[in-house]
Write a protein that binds this ligand. Sequence first.
Ligand code: DAH
Length: 341
Amino acid sequence: MKEQLAQIRTQALAAFSSAGSPAALEELRVKYLGKKGELTAVLKQMGRLSAQERPAMGQLANEVRAALEDAIRATSEKLAQAALQQRLKEETLDVTIPGTPVRQGHRHPMYIALDEIKDIFVGMGFTVLDGPEVELASYNFDKLNADEGHPSRDWSDTFYFDSDSRVMLRSQTSPMQVRAMETLPLPIRIIAPGRVYRKDEVDATHSPMFHQVEGMVIDKNVTMADLKGTLNLLAEQLFGKGTVTRFRPHHFPFTEPSCEMDVQCHKCGGQGCPTCKGEGWIELLGAGMIHPNVLRMSGIDPEVWSGWAFGMGLERTAMRRFKIADLRLIFENDVRFLEQF
Ligand code: DAH
């Protein structure tokens, strides 16, 4: 039996050390140490030994088993290490190779300008409102003091949804004045940017869809001086110190008095050029003191409260801000243009 054990030990250790894979090693483990394994078979014969022989043989058998188990563990670790080294070799990653470039997008120049406008007004305590582009004609016209005969209500100018001319694509952001007056507590300081729609042909300065930013202040003792001061500050912060503006008298149904604000042309500095159509000035916004009828229709007493409002063309403002010559560039979204900002 002693020789048998010694033989098993030599054979098994040799077999283990040449095992090429974890599966082969497991097979060998079963062959020697499994229930029907060779060592187990020898141990089963222990019963036949005499009482004197048994302890020494038992000890030897245990030593052999321990030796086999140690060898299996060691071989298993060696195989795992080898597998790891192999994987590391195969999966080598060269972090110094330049990656595939990812094209990054960025904000559209018009929205960069809008964010600047929002920052300027939020800094002065204004709230930014969002409102519907599909609007009731009563908000777009009636409650803004534009009566039935007003030319902009015409079908040739406005996109209506129904034959009664009651629902439309808003032609201006001014209906947001009414929505603000109807829902917000006084005093009110808001701006409301968004899309507006008119039946215009596309050219260098027109598009059937464009953007406006509406602004409105209602408080006690508000005057035209506040309007001019605020809008001049806007022009300076947006276009730079020393920006020259001018206010011209104008007519809007919802303001009295009304005006338009121009900024000096950035291309020619007021000399007159194709960008400003020879005028030297670029019209930026309409504004005025809110008409008492408009306040009254939205339930505000014009004897107590007064206010001013403006509506600014956002494309024009962005064109002036970034010195863009043609409105169409803003909508075409040619990346060669967009990448310049
Ligand atoms: N809604 C006018 C337009 O689209 C612009 C405007 C003028 C807005 C005067 C105002 C305002 O709030 O007070 O031409």
